[in-house]
Design a protein around this ligand. Structure first.
Ligand SMILES: Cc1ncc(COP(=O)(O)O)c(C=O)c1O
Length: 327
């Protein structure tokens, strides 16, 4: 990846184009099964470009209660685009299609316009689960029947592709726009894409410009993102197997509960309440022993495997947790 960056052909993407960025956008569009894709610096910007492209201020979006787009993007939907969120569903990452249908606003002057339905695949807060195809498709169908576009936050769509055995276009053919992170599990240092049809991408280019996300000699980072997409998708299966191994081994320790059966991809949620420690204290004690992990609730730690984590790192984690939890 470093070598590809060093050798990257670059131009000025804001003027007459950067060849490496264009190549990445074409390859990502093809992988995603969409006519066009745009390169942006982050997954948050990819989602926010999509939101800004589909909506007008005062509109409402429907998304899952713990969707990244409404929970972890700093209130950007409201701050940047004047949107409010109707959040549905529970901790499992799913939305009930009947509830989505019920919450689409009537064409009534007192109500906001329901402008967009957002899905997330895999679902982060639900522990990297793959939303099952029948439920995913049913929500898309409800939106389609009502003429409402669907955006897929596919930050980890590649993990869903590998875990489900369904190629990206099988998922994305049901939605109108999709974002994909080339960083995170795919290992690029920076970068995401947002994809859709020509009309969508024309609007998205304006929003990206407004947000300051159109980059000049971006071929240096696009080159890394191209390697991420071409070389690092299939190896995600290794991360998934390692995550399951991590869950099994932590679950075996007194005081920790991880449900290996729920680990479908590269995220492991670990409940720590029986340890007598808070997630924050345990995270800090693990940090002192060289293991970085994020508390995602008062009693829950969220572990993630990726291309820079191997079996030896899991061994280090298990040894550190064993030492901390020793009576
Ligand atoms: C589901 C999901 N979408 C979007 C993002 C945002 O990505 P970034 O951190 O690149 O802005 C994340 C980040 O964790 C995520 O989990």
């Amino acid at each position: 990846m470093r070598a590809a960056m060093l050798e990257a052909e670059v131009g000025d993407d804001v003027l007459d184009g950067d060849p490496s960025v264009r190549a990445l956008e074409a390859e990502a569009a093809e992988w995603l099964g969409k006519p066009r894709a745009l390169f942006v610096p982050s997954g948050t910007m990819a989602n926010q470009v999509a939101l800004g492209s589909w909506t007008r201020p005062g509109d409402e979006i429907i998304c899952q209660r713990w969707a990244h787009v409404t929970t972890f993007e700093g209130g950007a939907a409201g701050f940047l685009h004047g949107l409010q969120s109707m959040t549905l569903g529970g901790a499992d990452g799913r939305m009930d299609p009947a509830e989505v249908a019920e919450m689409v606003r009537p064409n009534f002057i007192h109500c906001p316009r329901t402008a967009l339905v957002c899905l997330e695949q895999t679902h982060n807060v639900a522990g990297g689960v793959v939303v099952p195809m029948d439920e995913f498709a049913a929500v898309c169908e409800v939106a389609k029947e009502r003429g409402i576009p669907v955006h897929l936050d596919g930050a980890r769509l590649a993990n869903a592709v590998v875990a489900s055995g369904r190629a990206a276009p099988i998922w994305t053919s049901l939605v109108d726009s999709v974002s994909l992170c080339l960083s995170k599990g795919l290992g690029a240092p920076v970068g995401s894409v947002v994809a859709g049809d020509d009309d969508f991408v024309e609007r998205a280019m304006r929003v990206r410009k407004r947000l300051g996300g159109w980059m000049r000699q971006a071929g240096l980072i696009a080159a890394a993102a191209r390697v991420a997409l071409s070389d690092n998708v299939q190896r995600l299966a290794l991360d998934h197997a390692l995550a399951r191994n991590l869950a099994e081994r932590l679950d075996a320790l007194d005081g920790l509960e991880a449900d290996p059966g729920r680990v479908e991809t590269n995220i492991v949620m670990v409940e720590v309440s029986r340890s007598g420690m808070s997630a924050a204290d345990l995270s800090s004690a693990l940090g002192d022993r060289g293991v970085k992990v994020m508390p995602i609730g008062p009693q829950v730690l969220r572990f993630v495997t990726h291309c820079d984590v191997g079996q030896a790192d899991v061994d280090t984690l298990v040894a550190a947790a064993t030492e901390i939890l020793a009576p």
